[in-house]
Design a protein around this ligand. Sequence first.
Ligand code: FES
Length: 101
Amino acid sequence: MTAYVKNLWYMAAWADEIAGEALLARTLLGKPWLIWRKADGTYAMIADRCPHRFVPLSMGKRAGDMVQCRYHGLGFDGTGACVHSPFPDGPPTHVSAPAAR
Ligand code: FES
């Protein structure tokens, strides 16, 4: 296991790596992250792991500012909150992907 210095800034990506509809999968500090550019020009960075069945969210697709999991279709916003469900009960409020702080 690699030890990392914490409480420091680390560069996650170059601006051109997250341009347009790109989904960037990147391992930082030993953890998989997903980074993308939102419509307002800010970025989103959440765990690259669907909290449902642990599929990498980077295998999914963009739908506006949301990332939709390729496996069952749950959608997550830039905070990691589940905001879309293809199932009739709506998005589960207790499911979220950890977001970078
Ligand atoms: S594994 Fe992502 S929605 Fe089920």
